[in-house]
Ligand binder design. Structure first.
Ligand SMILES: Nc1nc2c(ncn2[C@@H]2O[C@H](COP(=O)(O)OP(=O)(O)OP(=O)(O)O)[C@@H](O)[C@H]2O)c(=O)[nH]1
Ligand SMILES: [Mg+2]
Length: 639
């Protein structure tokens, strides 16, 4: 059974506030559902873990996440607070602001929650004067914060007083919430996993981005396991598709519920990578102690919790209330994307001390010599997509493949290609490979071009008698820090600009001819003449070269040139003939065929050519290869 696509706006409300201030009672009063589920919660009368309820009011579907107020369960609270659109800050009128009121409120601020409503609960327990005082205290406390303008509504879960007003206030706040983006990649930080009779494994969470439907393939992080979605629920009902902003339950095929835990993430398959190093903007709460370089903290993002070592960029300590760029070295693999909020808590005693925004989820280890990191992070923090891509490409000296860009940014492939195109037009980057897309900064690319051109130039200088450098040698001379695609693209560009000639496996300066010294030209002529004069009775190569006036190494080069120019032909390792002698031989064979038929024996061949058996056999084999003759038993057929 599935509903039609939801037209209701979905808004997630998270409760926040000190223990016993009436959060769960208020959720029940609003929705009819008591969010405490565990036997232990019922027995002790406190919330330990997250609870959930739903409310539909005037075209808005509210998903309520009820959190525990107990200081020992703040990490559970954090898993619920990630992804909320509205905070319902609960302050008991008979107690006013208490430590976890502050801590939860700080957390909401650090998580970037933008709107909320304050409920002064248990208003039935205090007189009007006290209520007025508490209201003043709360107003004072919220001054200058995102809740400065928020409605403060006295309520009682016991008498029902103020509940309608509270619903109206929530509704007004909900209308100002800009929803989560259903058009991005699917991402669901998991806050619960359990087995449901007849269904199997079910996971739940607040859908922070994208959408998910039955039969979708999803990837479970950090494992990277691919799974099939059997069914989807949102707001407690089966739906075809759950979209960003909804409380969502996903029924998964192919995995045991024990293998899935809070802190894992379900996401669109094949795009993302987990990380243990992220660069971020980190802000310390005014109430925190100063943070030292390399401090260890508890790190919370989405529903995940791990330990982070903090490396501060540019400062050696972070003072209370201050902010800086920081590197987070995480103890576990975590799935993060730019823009993700996180919270850090002091190692001991465990209290919330700050938080921030992920800027680069796949950051490299901090290096002293990497002086451009701060400027790069500034671009990541406030630049436009093209500026980000240009900056990322510039820092990727080996080139930046599409996969890496998507995993690091969460952009769609089309968005990357479009931004890349604009950067190519602007002359900032070079596409060294279109499929798969690999980008390289124009400067780095030009540097490779320069190196190639220099190398070819040097080769010509040092090898005057060589027509060009072997492509593989040229490639090897660049070292491993130049990828094959870059080498290929640079060669292509240099060739298309007629700066280099690429002929098969040979690369040379464009239009370059081998310039022979006069004595070399003469020696070359002598070699040719020696073979031409010999006809088929060829001399030994050694003999010919030894007679020349140039030294052995150059003589060998000159021989190579004659072979390359096909003036001389190597028939076997020891045998070289002049091309005219071979052409003449072919004519004589044709005549023989005409006069005496197509067959010729080895002795007949020896007679015809006047050469010894030692030469005749390799020569015949050469003619076979050239398809002038074909072997037939002991004889040859002239073709
Ligand atoms: N008189 C009165 N009692 C209330 C009201 N709201 C809650 N209570 C009582 O206060 C106690 C705590 O309420 P809960 O809703 O469990 O408080 P909580 O904030 O959820 O507590 P934790 O989840 O443990 O942080 C319970 O005994 C409630 O019955 C109210 O409006 N009036
Ligand atoms: Mg509770």
């Amino acid at each position: 059974m599935s509903n039609r696509a939801p037209t209701l706006k979905s808004v997630i409300i998270g409760t926040a506030g000190h223990i016993d201030h009436g959060k769960s009672a208020l959720v029940e009063a609003l929705t009819g559902t008591h969010p405490d589920r565990l036997a232990e919660e019922k027995r002790r009368g406190i919330t330990i873990d997250l609870g959930f309820a739903f409310l539909e009011e005037n075209g808005v579907r509210f998903g309520l996440v009820d959190v525990p107020g107990h200081e020992r369960f703040v990490s559970n609270m954090l898993a619920g607070a990630a992804g909320i659109d509205l905070v319902l800050l609960v302050i008991a009128a008979d107690e006013s602001i208490k430590p976890q009121t502050r801590e939860h409120f700080d957390i909401c601020r650090l998580l970037g929650v933008k709107r909320g409503v304050v409920a002064l609960t248990k208003s039935d327990l205090v007189d009007a004067d006290t209520l007025g005082l508490v209201r003043l205290e709360v107003e004072e406390y919220l001054r200058g914060s995102f809740l400065e303008q928020a409605a403060i509504v006295p309520v009682s879960a016991k008498t029902g007083i103020g509940l309608n007003e509270l619903k109206n206030a929530l509704h007004t706040a909900a209308s100002e919430v800009s929803g989560k983006d259903a058009a991005r990649y699917f991402r669901l930080p998991i806050d619960r996993a359990f087995a449901m009779k007849g269904f199997g494994t079910v996971v739940t969470g607040t859908l922070v981005s994208g959408s998910v439907a039955a039969e979708d393939e999803v990837e479970l992080f950090p494992e990277g396991k691919r799974l099939r979605v059997r069914g989807v629920q949102s707001g407690g009902k089966s739906v075809e598709r759950a979209i960003a902003g909804q409380r969502t339950a996903v029924n998964l095929a192919g995995i045991d519920h024990d293998a899935v835990k809070r802190g894992m993430t379900l996401a669109a398959p094949g795009h993302f990578r987990t990380t243990r190093r992220a660069d971020a903007r980190l802000t310390l709460l005014p109430s925190a102690r100063k943070l030292k370089q390399r401090a260890k903290v508890h790190f919370h993002a989405g529903t995940t919790e791990t330990i982070a070592e903090i490396f501060l960029y540019g400062v050696s300590t972070l003072s209370p209330g201050q902010t800086s760029f920081a590197h987070l070295r995480l103890q576990d693999e975590v799935l993060l994307l730019p823009g993700d909020r996180f919270i850090v808590r002091q190692f001991s005693p465990v209290i919330t001390i700050g938080g921030g925004v992920v800027l680069d989820p796949l950051a490299k280890r901090p290096l002293v010599r990497d002086t451009g990191r701060a400027a790069f992070l500034e671009t990541l923090e406030s630049g436009k997509r093209e500026e980000l891509l240009a900056a990322m490409t510039e820092r990727a000296l080996l080139g930046l493949p599409l996969d890496d860009i998507v995993a690091r940014t969460g952009w769609f492939e089309g968005e990357v290609r479009e931004a890349a195109q604009n950067l190519v037009k602007a002359g900032n980057i070079k596409v060294v490979s279109a499929e798969p897309l690999i980008l390289l900064g124009r400067k780095a690319f030009d540097e490779v071009r320069r190196k190639i051109a220099d190398r070819v130039e040097r080769f010509h200088r040092e090898n005057l008698l060589s027509p060009g450098i072997a492509r593989e040698d040229l490639r090897a001379s660049l070292g491993r820090r130049v990828r094959e695609e870059t080498f290929r693209a640079a060669l292509e560009e240099l060739a298309s600009e007629r700066k280099l000639d690429v002929q098969g496996e040979l690369v040379k300066r464009a239009g370059s001819q081998i310039a022979l010294q006069p004595e070399e030209a003469q020696a070359k002529g002598e070699i040719e003449k020696a073979f031409a004069d010999a006809g088929l009775a060829v001399p030994s190569v050694k003999e010919v070269l030894a007679k020349l006036s140039v030294e052995a190494k150059r003589a060998e080069k000159l021989l190579q040139i004659l072979l390359r120019e096909k003036i001389l032909v190597r028939v076997s390792p020891e045998l070289i003939f002049h091309r005219d002698a071979l052409a003449h031989l072919k004519v004589r064979l044709a005549e023989h065929k005409k006069a005496k038929g197509e067959r010729i024996s080895v002795p007949a061949f020896k007679d015809l050519t006047g050469i010894t058996r030692k030469y005749a056999i390799p020569l015949l084999e050469y003619l076979d290869r050239e398809r002038v003759t074909r072997r037939a038993g002991d004889e040859r057929v002239i073709l």
